[in-house]
Write a protein that binds this ligand. Structure first.
Ligand code: AMP
Length: 570
């Protein structure tokens, strides 16, 4: 199978060598599709409207060109990024730091609600070049005049649809209206609801729309599976999969060149014959690896997209996407490495909680739902090991002359007056010291394919959900909570959504009806909130007021319970 995407290289962009060097350190091999399209446009000073979600490489798509256009001499805010959550703001700031590690005097500051104002004020006073903030806190700084937008040349709205959902869009517009008129803009959004389009039309005049292609082809012979896993448990999940999945040859896809090396070394240390395949290697090395895979001298190849392009090895029965690909097209390319020559193939995709949307995208573009795949449990692994053990014993009985060994064993049990069964059990135990027949393994955290409680996910709570509506929300059971803040504290729905989404890490789509009263507020949240989360929320403050959240048992004031009108979030 050939690909219609020609190999690209970061070096082809007009990026400073300091930035290219940082990318080399990070092990980035080639730009992702959204980067290929966005970077030249932003470098040339154009504004862009990007339809892209987390996992596509969108952060680097705007960070790299904006860093490339920074004035290193000017210690004042030149670029501002608005992000819906504290978590994303920090993540984006970290990404900027890693790309700018060789830029002299570079400074970036995340600003978000909940963090001590004085720290932020001090940092802003010292002078920062890039500010990444949540809309509310950025507005606070504008009001206090602690943030000066007069030198801003680039404005990024990251996850614009999420900011809309969280009720931040008015704040975003106020900030935009304060930015210099000739600013360059980049707006990224996973979806393009009309309100976001309107904001784009108003501020991002002449912006180019950038989308990643959704070209696909059908792959019927390949059974496709998805395993939800957080980053911290990926290696564990992988080793379990490798133990129970029967495979001949296998290819594992990762994002970076460095990861191909790291992961293949980890697999080698665990006794697998694995090797790395990446674009840094010489042609000869790569050919040698592929030849060994073909001949069965090597079972696992850990590769990047570039290196595996066009790879055609019949032995590959399993493709494992350790890191999710950046778009559907490369997903289809990747899994097409199995099921060659009319054989059956299997593909397993690891998806972290943040990458759920990308998963949904892959499913909708390939028009099929991937089957859920649970990380193998200790029992399954035990079963597999016992089976393997039985087979090894039978093979040995068949292939070896055991007479002299038998004599040793018989003498041993005679001398020590031990039962034959005990002796055999002891030997079996010893044989399996590295791979105990009854391994003690913790279950991996369960992660739902659709988000609800993102943090402290423990698999609790009902699963009675059905897809609903065009926003892809889930029809999940809700229960009502009472917060001890109300109109008299000047609380607005967006404050409630912001605080709960940030502090409880509940996806804002799952924050239901909000009804603000004089002294208190009622809000509907999904049932089954883990107790530690509720405890954490109790200490959260909104408008300096501890919210003291608690389940509300009283009837809904002024109306029937269960069918409250949804108050518009302003
Ligand atoms: P994002 O969509 O911005 O959240 O990025 C998803 C992940 O991909 C992050 O972990 C990035 O570090 C990584 N990443 C972004 N661009 C590249 C690239 N060109 N090559 C390899 N990894 C990348």
């Amino acid at each position: 199978m050939s690909t219609d995407r020609s190999a690209q290289d970061f070096a082809a962009f007009q990026l400073p060598s300091t930035i290219l060097n940082a990318l080399t350190d990070l092990g980035y091999e080639q730009p992702t599709p959204i980067q290929t399209k966005s970077i030249p446009l932003l470098l040339s000073g154009k504004s862009i409207l990007g339809v892209a979600q987390t996992g596509t490489g969108k952060t680097a798509a705007f960070a790299l060109p904006l860093l490339g256009r920074l004035d290193p001499e000017l210690q004042a805010p030149q670029v501002i990024i608005l992000a819906p959550t504290r978590e994303l703001a920090i993540q984006v700031a970290e990404a900027f730091k890693s790309y700018a590690k060789y830029l002299d005097n570079f400074s970036v500051l995340p600003v978000y609600g909940g963090q001590d104002m004085r720290t932020q004020l001090r940092a802003l006073k010292r002078g920062v070049q890039v500010v990444v903030g949540t809309p509310g806190r950025v507005l606070d700084h504008l009001d206090r005049k602690s943030l000066d937008l007069s030198n801003i040349r680039g404005v990024v709205l990251d996850e614009a649809d999420e900011m809309l959902r969280m009720g931040f869009i008015d704040d975003v517009e106020s900030i935009l209206s304060n930015a210099p008129a000739d600013c360059q803009y980049a707006l990224f959004s996973a979806t393009m609801p009309p309100t976001i389009r309107r904001v784009a039309e108003r501020y991002l005049k002449d912006a180019e729309e950038v989308r990643i292609s959704a070209k696909t082809s059908t792959v019927e012979r390949i059974s496709q599976h998805v395993l939800m896993v957080d980053n911290a448990h990926k290696l564990d999940a992988l080793t379990r999969v490798l133990e129970v999945e029967p495979f001949d040859g296998m290819i594992i896809f990762v994002r970076t060149k460095s990861e191909t090396v790291e992961l293949s070394e980890k697999l080698q240390a665990r006794g697998f014959t694995a090797d790395a395949l990446n674009g840094d290697q010489t042609q000869a090395t790569r050919e040698n690896t592929i030849a060994r895979l073909k001949k069965g001298l090597l079972d696992i190849v850990v590769a990047t997209d570039v290196a595996a392009r066009g790879l055609d090895v019949e032995r590959i029965g399993l493709v494992l996407n350790y890191d999710i690909p950046y778009d559907t097209e490369s997903y289809v390319h990747r899994i097409g490495r199995t099921g060659r020559a009319g054989r059956e193939g299997k593909a397993i995709l690891f998806v972290t909680p943040k990458e759920r949307r990308l998963l949904r995208d892959i499913e909708s573009h390939t028009k099929q739902e991937l089957q859920s795949y649970e990380a193998p449990s200790a029992e399954q692994i035990s079963e597999q090991r016992i089976q393997q053990f039985n087979q090894n014993v039978l093979d040995t009985l068949e292939s070896q002359n055991l007479e002299p060994v038998k004599k040793v064993v018989l003498e041993f049990i005679d001398n020590h007056e031990i039962g034959l069964e005990d002796a055999v059990a002891a030997l079996a135990f010893q044989l399996q010291v590295e791979q105990p027949l009854f391994p003690v393994l913790k279950d991996l955290p369960q992660i739902d394919r659709s988000a609800r409680f993102k943090k402290n996910q423990d698999g609790r709570g009902g699963n009675k959900r059905r897809g609903r509506g065009e926003r892809g929300e889930d029809d999940i059971p809700m229960e009502r909570y009472r917060l001890e803040v109300g109109r008299k504290h000047k609380v607005m729905p967006k404050d409630i959504v912001g605080a709960i989404a940030n502090e409880a890490d509940i996806d804002s789509r799952y924050i239901g009806h909000i009804s603000i009263h004089e002294n208190f507020t009622l809000v509907d949240l999904p049932t089954g909130m883990p107790p530690e989360l509720l405890k954490h929320l109790q200490n959260v403050r909104i408008k300096q007021q501890p919210i003291k959240i608690a389940k509300d048992s009283k009837p809904f004031p002024g109306g029937k319970r269960g069918a409250p009108k949804r108050q518009r979030r302003k």
